[in-house]
Every structure is written in structure tokens, then in C-alpha cells.
Design a protein around this ligand. Sequence first.
Ligand code: AFP
Length: 343
Amino acid sequence: MDQCLTLDQHIERYAHADPLRAAVGAAVRAIAAASIDIAELIAHGDLAGRLGRACGRNADGDVQKALDLEADALVRKALASVPVALLLSEESPVPESIDGRGLIAVAVDPLDGSSNIDANMCVGTIFSILPMTADPALAFLQPGSGQLAAGFVIYGPQTSLVLTLGDGVRIFTRDPRDRTFKLARSGVRIPSRSHEFAINASNQRHWDPPIRAYIEDCLAGADGEAAANMRWIGSLVADAYRILSRGGIFLYPADGRKGYADGRLRLLYEAHPMAFIVEQAGGGATTGAARILDVAARDPHQRVPLIMGSIENVRTVERLHLDTLILAERNAPLFATRGFFRI
Ligand code: AFP
């Protein structure tokens, strides 16, 4: 591994003289630079004022915390000098035009996990980079497989950038000595099988049968497997980083609660980038019924069920969804009265 290869050096090697790659590299460098300012703001905690205080609601009704808005402003300021044609932020209702000559479209969750801020837990910035389309209205309607790059920054004991440019997954860690991101891990691979699952178990009564069956098997130690272990940090970037480090499966499924028919997580700036990274590391990412990277958005802030991680575990969940579908078709009258997955 290139010891001490910096993010800038890695991007220079990737971009060469290719204008599209140069635009992608410039966007990654800008978000990385903004993340250093975000990390320093977070490190102040309450000394910087209540970063976790509610300041309003975004277009989708989610509570906006002070740090959500600060992070959004820092990312926007950093991208203002980059050839980005369109920017979609979780904090804005619709995509915004930045540079009419831009070659890329960027979707970003400036601060994911904001409910953890006051608890001094890991939070992060997640981004997805797509090629700009001739018709701007189509830019964010592309399937996830069209991404040119994806990454996330985790603000934890280390500030680390997890990045894929379509050539595997690398982790760059911020060197406290000089504010640069240096290559810490390359060729990241997710173990194909794991006994560790991450799900918010308090929602169990709302789950559809395939998810309930899978978690019951995990807890029962089905097939003589070692009993499973559970983690739920409530911060997508932290659960994702752990899975990249030692394997596991993360599940935020659709459930029966009002507003959760498509789960909680957003397709364009959470599920798509995470799925690109996880697949590039040898894992899988599915809605249960479809590969996440095959899903195209209908609207910018669309939610989607997200099940991702060790490939064998993800395939097991997919089989359970398929079995339920087959069962449902055989027993149509039963499901017709009770709803497809609600029994
Ligand atoms: P917040 O940004 O509102 O904290 O949501 C974080 C998140 O989108 C994702 O990072 C977590 O995995 C998930 O929500 C946690 O959701 P629950 O609070 O329903 O467990």
C-alpha cells in the first residue's frame, strides 16, 4: 500500500487529463476540505453552542439541527468553486443549479446522524457523484449504477473519508498534524459472512415477515451457527464503517409505521452511495426485492428500504423476501384480506 499517499495525490493519479474525472476529483477534494471544518466544529461540542438544538424542519418535515445547517453551508461553500452542474442536499427541497457548464451532479447528506450530536456519538457526511445529464430534470433520476464516485466522512475517534471511484474502496484518515487526508487502508473487503447484525429492534412489531424471520433466525442461532451479536449505533456512517471493518449486515427495512412504508433512509444521498461503496468492497445492498444500484429515484428525497453488508447474509434476506412473495402468490386470498406483508 502507498504509505502516506495523500488524498490529493490519489485524485491526481485518478483524474489525469480527463475533464469528467477532474470534475469528480475536484468535488471529492472540496467535500473533504469542508469535512475538516465540520470535524473541527464538532470537536468544540457545546463550546460552539448547542449544535444539536432544533432549528426548524427541512422540506420533508425532518427536524433540522444547528449542525445540519452549519455542515450544509460548509459543503455548499466548498462546492461553489467546483464544476458541479446540480447539487441536491438533504437540507434543500429541490436540486439547485451551481455551474451551468458543470459535468457532474452531486447528492449530499451534509450531516447524517444528527440525533447523535448531543450524545457525542459518531456522525458523518455522505455524498454521491453522478454524470450530468443533457436534460437537468433527469440528473437525479439515474439508477445508482450510474454513479462515478461515492463516499462518506465519519467524524469519530478519527475523521476518516471512505471513498470509491469505481476501483475498489479506500479509507483516508485525517492526519491531525497537518489537516491532510492520508491513505490508511486500500482494497477494503467485507467478509462474505458475519454473525453481527444491525437493526433498530424496537421496531420489531412493525416489520414485514421476511425481516422478522431473518432476525428470529439470527437470535435463535439457526443452522447451528454461533449466536449472533447485535449493534445499532443509530448513525448510518458508523454502522457502515464497522461493516467495512469486520463484516456484518445493516437493515433499515420498510415497516408498518406511518411514513415508513419505504423505510427511513434516502435513496440518492444515503442508500445509493452506501450501496456503491459496499458492492465495491465485495458486499451486497438490496431493498429486499431489488438491488439498490438498480433503483432509480422518482423524486429527489425518495426513501428506500436498505439492507447491506456481508454478501451471504444479504442473499439470505433476499431469499426470505422471494419466499414470502411466492407464499403470498400461493395464498393470495389470505394476503388479500390482510395486506401483502402484514400477517
Ligand atoms: P438522524 O440524522 O435523524 O439522526 O437519522 C440518522 C439515520 O438517518 C441513520 O443515520 C440511522 O441509521 C437511522 O437514521 C437511525 O434511525 P432510528 O433513529 O429510527 O433508529
